[in-house]
Design a protein around this ligand. Structure first.
Ligand code: SF4
Length: 181
């Protein structure tokens, strides 16, 4: 029988949530025994050809590309989980939401004391990801089925949640393995 599929995406985050998933250490062997990691930064598949049972999202939507990736994940996953505060609330990247985008960009590329930019050009190559006017938590863009809090969530919380879902059991994470800071 085919194994259930797990996909993960990396949006506007720091990769810490994926690192926490990898921190399940040797249990990763147990994980790949019961699930196929289908599309993820951890494997090489570029496009969805089949649906995944579970999708994990790291990061909020900072760029137009993040939105496209999130919409594709929603379209191809049965159960979508926001993992970590960036996906759940926007977290650190969303600190810029109180400042107009133009001001943020000018501060970064023109005004800081450490900026050396003799041409006074702001990068504008069409290949660059287009920044959104504000950072969005994932539930602003698509329906989210569950969230695992933390920055990053503890690897034990990710492990317990995946174990429960993959064995069709309710997800009941003990308070001790949740992390809210
Ligand atoms: S929630 Fe924390 S660890 Fe996860 S991507 Fe955001 S900043 Fe990094």
């Amino acid at each position: 029988m085919a194994k259930p599929k797990l996909s993960t995406v990396f949006l506007g985050g720091c990769f810490g949530c994926h690192m926490s998933l990898l921190d399940i250490d040797e249990r990763i062997i147990e994980l790949v025994d019961i699930v196929e990691i289908y599309k993820s930064p951890l494997v090489d598949r570029k496009v969805f050809e089949e649906r995944s049972d579970i999708g994990l999202i790291e990061g909020g939507c900072v760029t137009e590309e993040n939105v496209e990736v999130l919409l594709a994940l929603r379209d191809h996953c049965d159960f979508l989980i926001s993992v970590g505060e960036c996906a759940i609330m926007g977290d650190i990247p969303s600190l810029r939401n109180t400042i107009p985008l133009r001001e943020c960009i000018e501060e970064a590329y023109l005004n800081t004391v450490s900026t050396w930019n003799p041409t006074h050009n702001i990068p504008n190559d069409p290949e660059l990801p287009l920044l959104l006017n504000r950072v969005h938590p994932c539930h602003d863009i698509v329906k989210i089925d569950a969230a695992i809090p933390g920055c990053p969530p503890r690897s034990d919380a990710l492990w317990e949640a995946l174990q429960a879902l993959l064995h069709n059991k309710p997800v009941q994470l003990p308070y001790e393995i949740l992390k809210y800071d």
